[in-house]
Design a protein around this ligand. Structure first.
Ligand code: HEC
Ligand code: HEC
Length: 347
């Protein structure tokens, strides 16, 4: 069967963040938390979102941040996504605000763009259009999710620790919605998600070559074992100078970044520091081999729940390489681990 070409993990189910005013299809059928159990229904939802029109990129402008209470909340949101570990990490000064399960900052992945604002870099999973992506069907869990649920997932935390009503959640969501304030509802957007305009090499990735490249190009900041560089006051909540790409304090072996195609794309537009989609530093081939080394050879946190992820095989990205899904074929497992990857269906 021909794989659906989708550009993302999620399928937005509505154009507006107001759940009741939805134009495309009957949302009453899909309250938050709904599990989609029918493959055809899931596919049709994936297709619908893929087919939405694309609007042009909109560059946000810092100078347009509102004044007053609304502006204060948005500014607090900016602080939170920039200094996440310091403010709400496991070692945050205010104990009652120890919400996040790791010491990463959102901006480590959702990087600063030309606007100078976090989460605005093209093809670096920017948040400019996130307002129009939620609620969405997360194909990883086949569940209809709100933006708040996604944010809790990013922090590895629970509704008990960060309900939708906390000031912290409201601030992050207010910032993301402000970024999207000039967007047109119910549309996709150019330059968002990660870059999938190129083809991956038509060969298996080579982690041995990747290791040599990693040690030369990346280890000075991220460390030989990928554990990053802690700031001197790390134990007092200072966070990382350079974030870890392995170990217990970054994505697990069930995470999105654990997929080589996705990580390749992320590295291509973002690393080493200074790379952008217009001026990448790595060659695709090298990003591919480095990703293979990072994900196949460096030790990271284990996600004991990962076997239930991507319940529909047909909607599972090729690079989601967990042995639990390949019990009958070692060859298939090796292919998921190293490639080559056929489709553009990466995440
Ligand atoms: C280790 C890298 C990493 C960190 C740190 C991270 N994210 Fe993400 N985020 C991703 C990736 C990869 C995706 C795309 C896949 C997915 O949605 O899981 C994503 C997706 C998202 C989305 C959906 C965007 C859209 O338009 O569909 C939101 C919102 C988001 N992250 C918010 C956050 C917030 C807020 C934080 C900090 C609390 C954070 N992320 C931290 C990697 C990261
Ligand atoms: C000069 C230091 C430096 C170099 C060299 C560098 N990085 Fe990074 N890297 C960073 C910083 C700083 C961030 C956080 C980005 C931000 O805050 O804007 C980051 C973020 C990342 C992330 C996302 C966050 C995480 O921890 O998962 C990955 C993955 C990554 N780098 C991989 C690499 C790889 C692979 C290379 C080599 C090709 C590399 N980096 C080279 C400094 C560096």
């Amino acid at each position: 069967m021909k794989l659906l070409k989708i550009s993302y993990f999620f399928i937005a189910l509505t154009s507006t963040h107001c759940y009741s005013q939805q134009e495309t299809w009957d949302l009453k059928k899909y309250p938050l938390g709904t599990k989609i159990t029918n493959i055809n229904e899931a596919k049709s939802l994936v297709e619908k979102i893929e087919k939405r029109k694309k609007q042009a990129w909109i560059e946000p402008n810092k100078n347009e941040l509102p004044k007053g209470k609304e502006g204060e909340l948005i500014r607090y949101g900016i602080e939170l996504v920039t200094n996440t570990s310091q403010l709400i990490g496991p070692k945050a000064k205010k104990k009652e605000l120890r919400i996040s399960a790791n010491n990463l900052d959102c901006v480590h992945c959702h990087q600063v763009g030309l606007s100078g604002l976090p989460g605005t870099k093209k093809y670096s999973i920017p948040w400019i259009n996130s307002k129009n992506e939620f609620p969405q069907l997360d194909i990883k869990s086949m569940t209809v999710k709100s933006i708040e649920t996604i944010i809790r997932g990013m922090l590895g935390t629970t509704p008990q620790k960060m309900s939708n009503n906390t000031k912290e959640m409201k601030a992050i969501v207010a910032y993301i919605n402000w970024l999207g304030k000039k967007t047109q509802l119910n549309m996709n957007m150019e330059n968002t998600k990660l870059d999938n305009r190129f083809n991956l090499p038509k060969r298996a990735s080579n982690p041995i070559k990747g290791k040599a490249l990693y040690n030369t190009l990346c280890s000075s900041c991220h460390g030989i074992e990928g554990l990053g560089l802690k700031k001197a006051d790390f134990e007092q909540g200072g966070g990382y100078q350079f974030p870890p790409v392995a170990g217990d304090d970054t994505y697990s072996d069930g995470g999105h970044m654990y997929m080589i195609p996705l990580l390749t794309s992320f590295l291509y537009t973002n690393m080493p520091m200074g790379a952008t989609h217009d001026n990448p530093i790595l060659k695709i081939d090298d990003a591919y081999d480095i990703s293979s080394y990072i994900n196949n050879n460096l030790k990271r946190k284990h996600d004991s729940n990962r076997m239930v992820l991507y319940p529909f095989k047909e909607l599972r990205p090729e690079g989601f390489a967990i042995p639990e899904h390949f019990k009958n074929s070692n060859q298939e497992f090796e292919k998921a681990k190293f490639g080559p990857f056929q489709s553009k269906f990466w995440w």
